[in-house]
Design a protein around this ligand. Sequence first.
Ligand code: NAP
Length: 281
Amino acid sequence: MTAQRIDGNALSQKLRADVTFRTTALKARGITPGLAVILVGENPASQVYVRNKVKACEDSGLHSILEKHPASLTEAALLNRIEALNQDTSIHGILVQLPLPEHIDAQKVIEAISPAKDVDGFHIASAGALMTGMPGFWPCTPYGCMKMLESIGYELKGKHAVVIGRSNIVGKPMALMLLQQNATVTICHSATQDLKAITLQADVIVAAVGKRNILTADMVKPGAVVLDVGMNRNEEGKLCGDVDFAGVEQIAGYITPVPGGVGPMTITMLLVNTLEAAERI
Ligand code: NAP
């Protein structure tokens, strides 16, 4: 059996076409959805990420601004910028690219963003809303994973979903979203004993660790759905995920590739969140 691939590029294209359509409708009402992206310092990976986010906004007809600040920016100055953007009516979403320089308290910065503009979904109010099933912004990466499951018409009710990784931006919100759809959820982490015994029971596996080959074919039940969030480099420097793709593809029912899987969905859901922030006005 060879797994069917869930193509994140194709699904993104479809969802982004809908974003463009809804953006055009909003513009007719005099509202252009706007995203502010703040980058502090010169982290090369972050520079690529913010460029991609701004370009995706432009391609879909959203307004975006990119603020680049030197690594020497003080925490107080950054908090002032966020407050100004909170008040700016042309901006509906604010994103501060992480990581921040060490002298800046990232959590304090995230909490300074108005929850109404927290399109990354990292604010404690957004986390609380997700936990309690209230409306709020969902973190983009796990939200994208849920859209991928939806795209294959997967019924999560009663299924066993195993999430490997428990970060605040991927693993934990992922588990809550799966739970909300009535899956039985197990969260694994670095202290989990016998990961294989747990993943072998899973109907759905989400790997969000950041380690190559954390999930191999012998750890997967035939027909399971495998979503690979990981972003790593192999010996040749090529982008790869957490899953041994070649092996797991022979066992799973569905699988997401890296690249071209969860990655493009993350930016797409950022556009969706920004659009929805503007639609709520
Ligand atoms: P993170 O904050 O480093 O969290 C990694 C998690 O993996 C932790 O919970 C850790 O457990 C767990 N872990 C580490 N070793 C493990 C092991 N041997 N067995 C089981 N669990 C283990 O990373 P993250 O921010 O969640 O990101 C995870 C991966 O996704 C990274 O590769 C990142 O680059 C990628 N990512 C991709 C996207 C995208 O758009 N595609 C977006 C975000 C992140 P402990 O909590 O016990 O330490």
